[in-house]
Design a protein around this ligand. Structure first.
Ligand SMILES: *Cc1c(COP(=O)(O)O)cnc(C)c1O
Length: 355
């Protein structure tokens, strides 16, 4: 190894799901929303005055921060906006996890958590989920340098009741607890309602799933003003202008259209509940989903085989070749038509398989 090579930071990067772009494909592999963003988003983009790009965008992201604060009944100093929740979570790790003690998160969860930990040299210790992929809350009653929990969890889809999270937050008032709520709009109550009660709680959400804007890259964190200010201080020590002008304006329109948001969300939940019964009939089992995907295993056929056969037929789902979950498929909920194509294919494949 050359001397200069020794000084390169070595990291094993996060691997995002593949983004094929084929005619006629059914793409159910990265938990994107099958419906377009709110109509106001398209209007803003069509009417966008390119001359505005001469100027730097507002570093405080005031318009979007205010819109989100209004939506969640918070004050402006309780909201931080970033370039997708991946950016927001990375800044939160950098800002809050500076202890010698390890941070804690489940062994099966969003696979970016260990990657940021390594990147920022944050010690961590994973806590095994139980056999049914549920969080054992007592595992988090030990000394730590911080906690991060996805709820609903990825890729299991399981939503833990707020009482479980509150118990963990309550037992850890000397640490910062981050709840990653990328999928909470498809589940139940959000931990945002605990923000007034616990100053050590940070809730992170995204426009990528329930708001159909994965391509725009908008995420946000909510918590007490001391936490939000600390995140902004780190952001301004890094890059003041993370949010571009178009994202800010488009994001505002998405939040404003509450009726459209509710309609898309309800459609996905309806399609998910239909998928639950069809997948059961096809011989799959899975935990109850609180997300826009189902984490399913088949009673006869190995997940890897199903994954590959689907892929050969232009139907993309996600498969993780990882301990404990290598016999599961993560299937994003698409439109009714997309799900129908998946079911027709699975029906045939499974019937021929047993022959
Ligand atoms: C999708 C996802 C994110 C990241 O979403 P962004 O597109 O970066 O906003 C964060 N956490 C979990 C658990 C996710 O599934």
């Amino acid at each position: 190894m050359k001397q200069w090579e020794r000084n390169i930071r070595k990291v094993v990067p996060y691997v995002p799901g593949e983004q094929p772009n084929k005619k006629d494909m059914v793409k159910l592999n990265t938990n994107e929303n099958p419906y377009p963003p709110a109509p106001g988003v398209e209007q803003v983009l069509r009417g966008f005055d390119a001359d505005m790009l001469r100027l730097y965008p507002d570093p405080t992201v005031k318009l979007l921060v205010e819109e989100l604060a209004g939506f969640y009944s918070l004050s402006k100093d309780q909201v931080f906006v970033g370039v997708g929740s991946d950016d927001v979570l990375a800044i939160a790790f950098l800002t809050f996890f500076n202890s010698e003690r390890p941070i804690l998160f489940p062994d099966i969860t969003y696979s970016f958590y260990p990657v940021w930990s390594d990147l920022y040299r944050i010690p961590y210790e994973t806590q095994p989920l139980d056999q049914n992929f549920r969080i054992i809350k007592e595992d988090y009653y030990k000394e730590n340098g911080g906690i991060v929990i996805a709820n609903p969890n990825a890729p299991t889809s399981i939503y833990e009741e707020l009482s479980v999270l509150e118990d963990i937050i309550q037992h850890n008032q000397d640490s910062i607890v981050i709840i990653d709520e990328a999928y909470v709009d498809f589940a139940g109550a959000s931990a945002t309602q605990l923000i007034g009660k616990y100053e050590n709680l940070l809730v992170v959400q995204t426009f990528s799933k329930s708001r159909s804007m994965a391509g725009m890259r908008i995420g946000y964190a909510m918590g007490n003003p001391v936490l939000i200010k600390a995140m902004n201080d780190v952001k301004y020590s890094f890059n003041s202008y993370t949010m571009n002008q178009t994202s800010i304006l488009a994001g505002v329109e998405a939040v404003k259209d509450v009726a459209y948001f509710e309609r898309c969300r309800n459609n996905i939940i309806k399609t998910r509940e239909k998928a639950v019964s069809t997948l059961r009939e096809l011989g799959f089992t899975f935990p109850q989903s609180g997300a826009n995907f189902i984490f399913a295993t088949h009673m006869l056929i190995p997940a890897k085989e199903i994954f590959e056969e689907l892929r050969n037929n232009n139907i993309y789902v996600r498969y993780f070749n990882l301990p404990r979950i290598n016999n599961y498929l993560r299937i994003t909920i698409g439109t009714d038509e997309e799900m129908e194509r998946l079911f027709v294919f699975l029906h045939q494949f499974i019937r021929n398989y047993s022959k």
